[in-house]
Design a protein around this ligand. Structure first.
Ligand code: ZN
Ligand code: ZN
Length: 376
């Protein structure tokens, strides 16, 4: 009898340990809707750990991602910059290996990745979906000298990523901008022309590169927005008011294969501060899936009153283009507002707004037009 009690206590302790390790923390689900046929995966493809110049252990990145409501991350430690190497020996694949088990347990897709790191130009490049990160370390492989050796070794690293069919995107293009802010050089023309680089980070942490957004639209390249976090991340506040910058990927399902397919086919957008940045077709669908304009519930003195409900995480800011309704409207996240608009002589209520925080071009907002059903 005594023995059994002891055993029960032991079993309880083990169970408690197991339960507590899984119950630690809470996940915030981000209310950005799925769009026709695709899941909206919330992703951050740029972050660092102690294995390069970051200040946290790789598993912490997974815990943060889970807490923040992310679906996929890439740990992108620098190949060429390892300031902690006297304490933590260079081991390019180690941050991925350490984070992998935790990512599996937390249902986070972990992309094997690294950051190719050079002064500007050419700048920094993240390679996603790598097989062997070690192959990107090309230092000493050129027989040339000085700048020529640096240029050749950079290209060898980018090509080594491409040989593994990695997806390579240009990070924070304006970082270290030289020659009076010049960002685009001949090397960039070559990288895109030869399809060695396949996308651009249009937002890095708190900086939005409008030129980069324009280049992506012109060249039909996927856009990215990432945290590039180095230290520990603060938890988001209510309604994610201080959420990290992230990439939205419209994927058929939550798997690494579907994630890759979506990225390669350009199905991405960016959530940055209060803004969504992306191609018209995706932002239009997100807005439509977020906002319901109900039929008029009352009429008074030739005005119709109707409700507009926003079920998403994003507070939409509207500015009137034409038609009835107030000149500006705020549709707060997860709230309903009542609007009043005049009924026209034809007996209709037409409204036309631009959504000023949905950016479909560097200086272009999504337009939203509808006719309100005013009933009998
Ligand atoms: Zn960088
Ligand atoms: Zn970085």
């Amino acid at each position: 009898m005594k023995r059994r009690t002891k055993l029960n206590v032991a079993v309880c302790c083990v169970l408690l340990a197991v339960v507590s390790s899984f119950a630690a923390g809470q996940r915030y689900e981000i209310g950005i809707p799925d769009i026709a046929g695709y899941k909206t995966l919330k992703c951050d493809f740029h972050m660092h750990t102690v294995f390069s110049d970051g200040a946290v252990w790789p598993t912490v990145r997974v815990d943060e991602a889970w807490r923040d409501g992310l679906d996929a991350i890439a740990i992108t430690d620098h190949i060429e910059y390892q300031p902690h190497k006297n304490d933590i020996p260079t081991n390019y694949k180690r941050s991925y290996e350490i984070a992998r088990g935790k990512a599996r347990d937390r249902n986070i897709l972990l992309v094997k990745a690294a950051e190719i790191t050079r002064d500007t130009p050419p700048g920094h490049y993240n390679a996603l979906f790598l097989d062997t990160i070690d192959a990107l370390d090309t230092k000493g492989q050129s027989k040339a000298e000085g700048q020529a050796a640096k240029d050749e070794e950079f290209l060898l690293a980018i090509k080594a990523a491409n040989e593994q069919k990695a997806f390579v995107f240009w990070d924070h293009p304006n970082w270290q901008a030289r020659n009076g802010g010049r960002v685009w050089f001949d090397i960039h023309t070559r990288l895109f022309k030869e399809k060695l680089v396949h996308g651009i980070e249009v937002v890095n942490d708190g900086t939005f590169y409008t030129d980069s957004f324009k280049w992506c639209l012109e060249r039909n390249l996927p856009i990215f927005g990432n945290s590039d976090v180095h230290g520990p991340l603060d938890p988001p506040t209510v309604n994610h008011e201080n959420h990290r910058t992230m990439t939205l990927v419209f994927a058929r399902e939550k798997t690494l294969e579907a994630l890759r397919d979506a990225i390669v086919n350009g199905r991405t957008a960016v959530w940055f501060e209060d803004k969504l940045i992306g191609r018209k077709e995706y932002l239009e669908e997100i807005f439509a899936a977020s906002v319901e304009v109900k039929e008029a519930h009352s009429k008074y003195r030739n005005n119709a009153y109707f409700e507009v409900h926003n079920k998403s995480e994003i507070t939409y800011q509207l500015q009137k283009i034409s038609g009835g309704g107030p000149s500006t409207v705020v549709l707060p996240a997860q709230r309903t507002v009542v609007l009043r608009a005049p009924i026209s002589e034809e007996g209709a209520v037409d409204i036309a707004y631009k959504v000023t925080n949905l950016l479909i071009g560097p200086a272009e907002c999504l337009k939203f037009e509808t006719t309100i059903d005013i009933g009998g």
